[in-house]
Design a protein around this ligand. Structure first.
Ligand SMILES: C[S@@+](CC[C@H](N)C(=O)[O-])C[C@H]1O[C@@H](n2cnc3c(N)ncnc32)[C@H](O)[C@@H]1O
Length: 372
């Protein structure tokens, strides 16, 4: 099951099944390879991260603080999301029965990945796959899998004009900006390979997104719960990009048992949810985009990794993670992802770590004769 609508605005999605669906829909160019699936360890999130944990995802990362459970005063949005979580729990009867009481399997797997995998964010390169086969390739001593029909640019998005022309217009654009954030700064200070570089709001504003939209483009912007980041989208970025906000959606991260991955908190503290703003152009002909959605999923344990929002597989078959955009796009939408760490079919992906999570270390590959 990749995605199910539990109520009109509550959706459960299965990140792993969705990505695995891509790789089971196409054949490998290398005929000895049969299939690829995301490693199940990545989703082995069985208890909240603020429960007593073994080791954080990143060596030397700020330790999970002990919970002080004073009566928290939640803001309006947190209360709403918390209520939706209660509603979700009342629907969700299919929780997996697991015996583990910690996230060790996921955390140790990621610790090893960060320790062993090499990725040079300063290397500028680009590539793509215009075939209908999955390609396994080696670059800078690491192996990657590249899905069909995609192109990617490992580069700073501030150089967007170097690889996109004004004729490059997209039906769907997703951005997950590296919002300036104290936590990432601390993680990166301790372990260079775990955090990532950040951008200030002025630099984000400099991205010429307005050149790549048309009157039926949908833009999805991931945002933290920081009031200054929310404000930047609402007050500055949308105006600069000729967009208007039509939806505030929420991604609620839950354990395999359905609990939030950390406690709901007061404003300005860590929350188990993030926001996904949905915008269209100011002259958009698109109507009826749901203004609110609550998307529940078990997050990949890699820090800040988001579930894919739109996946197209095979020639004309569209498959949407939440089936939320189905009515709005052409049969084979042209998609753009900025600040990407993955690549997907029908996407142009740009970021300084654009292939990082396509590393085969994160996949279970099976050949015709054996599992690798
Ligand atoms: C929040 S993460 C994106 C996570 C991604 N959406 C995922 O699901 O895994 C932001 C990414 O942008 C990259 N980045 C930082 N500054 C950048 C820049 N100026 N241009 C392009 N990418 C940048 C970071 O290295 C990081 O990979």
């Amino acid at each position: 099951m990749t995605c199910s609508n539990l109520t009109e605005n509550i959706v459960f999605l299965n990140h792993k099944s969705f990505v695995d669906g891509i790789y089971s829909s196409y054949q490998f160019h290398d005929s000895a390879l049969e299939s690829a699936a995301l490693r199940s360890e990545l989703f082995h999130v069985v208890v909240p991260y603020d429960a007593k944990s073994t080791r954080d995802e990143t060596e030397g990362a700020p330790k999970a603080k002990k919970l002080k459970r004073a009566a928290a005063s939640f803001d309006e949005i947190t209360l709403k999301v918390k209520d939706k979580h209660d509603e979700y729990v009342s629907f969700n009867k299919n929780v997996e029965t697991l015996t583990e009481d910690n996230n060790k399997i996921a955390l140790e797997f990621i610790y090893e990945f960060n320790r062993n995998a090499h990725y040079n964010v300063d290397k500028v390169f680009n590539g793509g796959n215009d075939s209908q086969f999955i390609v396994k390739t080696t670059m800078h001593d690491e192996d990657y899998i590249i899905p069909p029909n995609c192109r990617f640019f490992n580069s700073d998005v501030r150089n967007l004009n170097n690889f996109l022309t004004h004729e490059d217009k997209f039906d769907f654009i997703v951005l997950d900006p590296p919002w300036w954030n104290k936590y990432i700064r601390r993680v990166k200070a301790v372990n260079e390979k775990s955090g990532y570089r950040m951008l200030d709001n002025e630099s984000l504003k400099g991205i010429p997104l307005e050149n790549h939209v048309h009157d039926r483009t949908i833009v999805a912007i991931w945002c933290t719960n920081s009031p200054s980041h929310i404000d930047a989208i609402e007050q500055q970025l949308c105006a600069k990009w000729n967009l208007k906000l039509v939806g505030s959606w929420y991604w609620i991260k839950i354990t395999k048992h359905g609990s939030p991955v950390c406690a709901f908190n007061e404003t300005n503290k860590k929350q188990p949810y993030e926001r996904l703003f949905i915008a269209v152009t100011t002259d958009s002909s698109i109507k009826d985009i749901p203004s609110e959605k609550y998307i529940f999923s078990v997050p990949c344990a890699i820090h800040s990794n988001k579930p894919p929002l739109l996946v197209t597989i095979l020639n004309n078959l569209l498959c949407f993670i939440t089936e939320l955009f189905t009515d709005f796009f052409p049969e084979r939408p042209k998609c753009l992802e900025l600040f990407a760490r993955n690549v997907y079919p029908n996407f142009t992906s740009i970021g300084t770590e654009v292939l990082k999570l396509q590393n085969t270390r994160l996949f279970q590959l099976s050949s015709k004769h054996e599992v690798q």
